[in-house]
Design a protein around this ligand. Structure first.
Ligand SMILES: Cc1cc2nc3c(=O)[nH]c(=O)nc-3n(C[C@H](O)[C@H](O)[C@H](O)COP(=O)(O)OP(=O)(O)OC[C@H]3O[C@@H](n4cnc5c(N)ncnc54)[C@H](O)[C@@H]3O)c2cc1C
Length: 388
């Protein structure tokens, strides 16, 4: 399947770029320093329609394609990775599970605010003892009369504790299957439910502007109709939504590589050593050429996978393309930020220069929504190898 971004996609890219340059770029360094989650800007992203790009019109969305969402994430990520992940997680982990698996009533109740960007939702899959092996979840939910009672803990949950957060969907063991495995279901927990405790935000290496918390669940009681999708299908549902998320993370990584490329081209033309710009030295120029290759290759893999989603490719084909795009772009982004920091020399180690922030922010791309090792495992399985 081939892809090409349409003139409409390119016009949309320009409008998101203008927004990011005007509303994010001037302030981002200070927000990063202050670990400040800029609610006003997130709301303005909502006004721009970014949270509803792929949602149906009946919930206030634009009914647009997945490619447009990737373009928006790439452009926000080119200016700041935290702002890009805020959109990515809000749609991929917040809106999509409700949209894909919710009942009509659940969609009507929760989607309009999320789609408008008036509220954010998180998804709590990871636990202190269950990350890559997410099926090892220890959080439990028991039906007590007309309520689910949920007990457990979740870890590293994005958009889970901001003042805009309206709900978090969590996975929990709701029983045991006939063959003795854990029955895992997804349950929506509205913010402020007694016993649902948002613990203090993490002190992270990067993504300082993004909202990430551990969550405690102590006797959390929600009505039985807060079960999302079929009982016992919570884990499978989440794995399906992760495929989209991986392509969206790839778009975020492409934004990071593109930023490194542009910053390096400019700096290497201005900074002089030994009487000439450093860009005149092959040792520098060739590394910047490599950045251009990474940006092109990463963009091709990402938008090809997005086009497969939009074009209705089979789930197996899309899954493989999503893992390939995520693996390549996230590892390329880490390499790109290392190169960019090196091109900037000592200044690249100073927080005053954006390359330092991109360097800190890139590492998580190889970890979140499935580590590089997990992607390699999935790709190998897709090739038919009997890998564990
Ligand atoms: C900033 C941030 C935001 C996040 N947001 C969310 C969120 O919103 N919702 C959510 O549910 N989770 C979220 N996560 C969690 C993230 O998805 C997990 O951290 C990730 O899946 C890895 O799980 P883990 O940290 O438990 O590492 P582990 O699973 O313990 O892995 C440790 C190491 O072992 C390797 N490894 C594990 N199993 C295998 C294997 N079978 N073969 C080879 N290598 C293996 C891993 O690749 C890794 O290198 C977030 C994490 C961070 C840091």
């Amino acid at each position: 399947m081939t892809f090409a971004l349409s003139p409409e996609h390119e016009a949309f890219r320009r409008s998101v770029r203008e927004f990011a340059e005007a509303e994010v770029a001037p302030y981002v360094s200070q927000w990063d320093k202050d670990h400040h989650f800029p609610v006003d800007v997130v709301r303005r992203m909502g006004d721009l329609g970014l949270f509803g790009l792929t949602a149906p019109e009946e919930f206030g969305g634009a009914d647009g394609d997945f490619t447009s969402l990737c373009v928006a994430i790439e452009e926000l990520g080119r200016v700041d990775q935290s702002i890009g992940i805020t959109l990515e997680a809000a749609v991929g982990l917040g809106i999509n599970p409700v949209l894909t698996f919710g009942t009509d009533e659940q969609k009507k109740r929760w989607l309009p605010d999320l789609v408008a960007g008036h509220a954010l939702a998180g998804f709590g899959l990871t636990e202190p003892g269950a990350g890559s092996d997410a099926a090892a979840t220890k959080t439990r939910a028991v039906l007590d009369g007309d309520d689910w009672v949920v007990d457990g803990a979740k870890q590293f949950i994005t958009n889970s504790g901001s003042e805009m957060t309206s709900l978090v969907t969590v996975t929990a063991r709701t029983g045991t299957t006939a063959d003795g495995r854990a029955e895992i279901s997804a349950i929506v927990i509205p913010s402020g439910t007694p016993g649902f405790v948002v613990e203090p935000a993490y002190d992270k290496l990067g993504w300082h502007i993004s909202d990430t918390h551990p969550l405690s669940l102590v006797g959390v009681r929600v009505p039985a109709d807060h079960l999302l999708g079929e009982r016992g299908r919570g884990y499978a549902q989440f794995l399906a939504t992760l495929d989209d998320g991986r392509v969206a993370i790839a778009a975020l990584a492409v934004g990071c590589i593109q930023a490194c490329l542009e910053l390096c081209v400019q700096y290497a033309g201005e900074r002089t050593t030994f009487g000439v710009p450093i860009g005149a030295k092959q040792g520098v120029a060739f590394q910047i050429s490599d950045l251009a290759v990474m940006a092109h290759a990463g963009r091709a893999l990402t938008y090809q996978a997005a086009a497969m989603k939009d074009g209705g490719a089979s789930a197996a084909e899309f899954k493989q393309a999503a893992s390939i795009a995520k693996l390549y772009t996230s590892e390329a982004a880490v390499t790109a930020t290392r190169i960019a920091t090196q091109v900037f020399g000592g200044y690249g180690f100073m927080e005053e220069y954006p390359v330092a922030r991109f360097y800190r922010d890139a590492k998580i791309l190889e970890i979140g929504e499935g580590t590089s090792e997990v992607q390699r495992m999935l790709i190998a399985r897709g090739l038919g190898l009997p890998v564990e």
